[in-house]
Design a protein around this ligand. Structure first.
Ligand SMILES: Nc1ncnc2c1ncn2[C@@H]1O[C@H](COP(=O)(O)OP(=O)(O)O)[C@@H](O)[C@H]1O
Ligand SMILES: CC(=O)N[C@@H](CCC(=O)OP(=O)(O)O)C(=O)O
Length: 259
């Protein structure tokens, strides 16, 4: 059994369109796994979903950073996230010598899922449930790669925001959560990186409209986990190879969201 907490890395969809970014991330992950660190990768794929919806003549509507997902869009969303995005990452992992297991939130009883808000359609809210399946995979030295498609007990396929998916899985394994995006962290009104944020500072910046859309969802997900675990959660960039190296050494990168 590993003694260090599982590292839960969440990557946003923009990574999937950057070969170099994926290669660097997977190399860093391979180094960590070789050193005995268990790594769980949770991914989004919002931009792939956008592309597939457009190609199929569908409209994209977001409310507060979350995609309104009508029933006729769910097959496309599931295909883009649990299919294409998940397999692109598995292919990149294989190239770096990582043995991965591709999965979705709907697998192995990991989470419970329900519809979040009727106005959003088939958008899910998930809670951690059973870690048996994940721990089995992690204990083999394999890397789970999990998409944010969940399945409710009513049998609905649900689209879950990937930062919220990572929140549930980080809680499930009591892991260290790092949310990697295409920006260096949370930026202030002048575009400068903010190194640390607490709850009241986040509320202020959200009220000012400085933190909005996808970053609002991300920072709120990070705060929830930071408070639940009683330790900071990092919001950083997968673009910066130096940040990944610092991360491998256990250092702090990007913006620290304080409990
Ligand atoms: N204060 C902020 N700092 C950084 N990014 C912000 C901020 N407010 C809004 N954003 C937007 O949030 C995006 C990151 O969220 P999102 O697109 O959901 O990322 P990902 O797909 O990686 O999860 C940034 O690319 C930026 O456009
Ligand atoms: C409900 C909801 O908004 N789901 C997201 C799931 C993918 C995601 O979160 O992707 P990123 O991490 O790339 O943003 C979506 O459909 O875009």
């Amino acid at each position: 059994m590993a003694t260090k907490p599982v590292l839960v890395l969440k990557v946003g969809g923009a990574l999937l369109q950057c070969e170099m970014g994926m290669a660097r991330l997977m190399t860093a992950a391979a180094e960590m796994i070789a050193a005995g660190q268990q790594v769980l990768l949770v991914h989004g794929g919002g931009c792939l979903v956008d592309e597939q919806l457009t190609a199929n003549g569908k409209e994209t509507i977001k409310l507060d950073g979350l995609r309104v997902t009508p029933e006729d869009q769910i097959p496309i969303v599931v295909g883009a996230l649990a299919g294409t995005s998940n397999k692109i990452l598995q292919a990149a992992a294989a190239k770096a010598g990582i043995v991965s297991v591709g999965m979705s939130l709907g697998d192995g009883n990991m989470v419970t899922a329900k519809i979040k808000d009727e106005r959003l359609g088939l958008v899910g809210e998930v809670e951690p449930n059973d870690a048996t399946y994940l721990n089995f995979i992690l204990n083999q030295g394999w890397m789970p790669i999990c998409s944010s498609i969940a399945i409710s007990s009513q049998g609905d396929m649900l689209n879950v925001n990937a930062d919220q998916a990572a929140t549930a899985l980080a809680k499930l394994v009591n892991g260290t959560l790092v949310l990697l995006s295409d920006v260096s962290g949370v930026l202030d009104g002048k575009g400068q990186l903010i190194s640390s944020l607490n709850k009241s500072e986040i509320e202020y910046l959200v009220a000012q409209g400085v933190i909005e859309k996808g970053m609002k969802v991300k920072v709120e997900a990070a705060l929830e986990v930071a408070q639940w675990m009683g330790k900071p959660v990092q919001v950083a960039s997968w673009r910066d190879a130096e940040q990944l190296k610092t991360l491998v050494k256990g250092g702090s990168v990007g913006t620290q969201i304080q409990p």
